[in-house]
Design a protein around this ligand. Sequence first.
Ligand code: HAX
Length: 429
Amino acid sequence: MSRLKERLATEIPVLREEARQLVKDHGTTVISEVTVAQAFGGMRGVKGFVCDTSVVDPEKGVIIRGIPVHDLAQRLPEEVFYLMVTGELPDPESLASLQNDLRRRAHVPEYIWDVLKAMPRDAHPMTMFAAAILVMERESEFRRRYAEGLPKDEYWIPTLEDALQLLAKLPAIAAGIYRIRFRKGEPLLSDASLDWGGDYAQMLGLPDPTGEFANFMRLFLTLHCDHEGGNVSAFTTHTVGSALSDPYYAVSAGMSGLAGPLHGLANQEVLHFVLSIHDRYKGAPSDDQLRQFVLETLHDGRVVPGYGHAVLRVTDPRFTAVHQFGARVAAEDDVFRIVDRLAVIVPAILKEQHKVKDPWPNVDAGSGALLYHFGLTEFDYYTVLFGVSRALGMSAQLIINRALGTPIMRPKSVSTNWIKAKVGSLAPA
Ligand code: HAX
């Protein structure tokens, strides 16, 4: 038995008892109310379910199992996966055990390549990514064991198995999608001597003489791995998984949500913005020119991409980590210099707009510029990188939910007429 599985086998009975006791002692305590504005407004701020892998604090950003993500910036993504699932960072032996487990499972079945190569030449990389995960569903241990009559107490075991299979193969699949879709050549083989993020970087096949691209990939994969439970991709994964659809179904569905322009596509939007500045001024402009460009953007009724957040009210610590990395490896790069100056100029302008609740840079303000710096210039691919990282959080949440026996999701919707009757503007039917 792997160390991660051993650890979970000890931990899960404690978690179950804790949840059972909380519901028994405080089951009727009210933790949230819902207003009409929230019912029409995407349920913003409604506290209605539990997610323990991470929380997003308005002042501190994402906190993973009690540790602010900035303090995890030097950690490998697989270490953070272990942290999300168990609540503790792995010791060296547990990390080695997890890495060996992932390597053992890294081989991608041949039919995945057949499917990906048969897809239309203009298929979006996220369509290819979600499709590859879904096609692999035939491998599901959860579905097989469930059909055999798996007891509820053991649901987490094949869920863990499916999650590890999936996570082990995602770097090769995602890198293969890059190579197939952008005609870079055949998918490259996994290198068993590398860590999860380093191997992904290697399989993309971009030149990396200094090793800094691999370092950036590790950082990117760690920083984007989880953002509590209510964002579109996490919530979708949670909901689909709650029907006991296996992790292949649930993660593929989550990826379809991540593909939306309001969710996972923002770093690509930022890069468009930064490159349009670069193109107009033929390089890095002066601060006055930047100010002018930002004011024009606002005047045209557009948002400044990479700034603002629905929850955060400070500079996103994930931006700080990316920015520090960029200042070290790309300080002379004009595209990065624009990002660097924007981080000073934009908040001052947005503050004057008063209505903007958070004028500070978010995680997406810098990451696209660094990917571009390293030669990953195909914008359409950026959300796949995000997806590989987010699969860590989605999988961790699924494992915990199956361990706790989280029931099928079924919030109550109401009709507009019901609301009108409730507020007194319509007599009940
Ligand atoms: N530029 C200009 N105006 C902005 C703005 C920005 N960067 N951020 C917010 N505003 C405006 C809003 O459009 C809104 O205007 P209206 O009242 O006229 O509609 C007003 O300020 C109040 O918005 P808010 O309450 O501060 O922000 P929201 O919670 O509604 O939205 C967003 C948060 C992130 C969507 C928003 O700040 C935005 O559009 N930012 C730019 C796009 C972006 O960077 N998205 C990535 C976010 C990070 C992420 O989650 N990635 O996955």
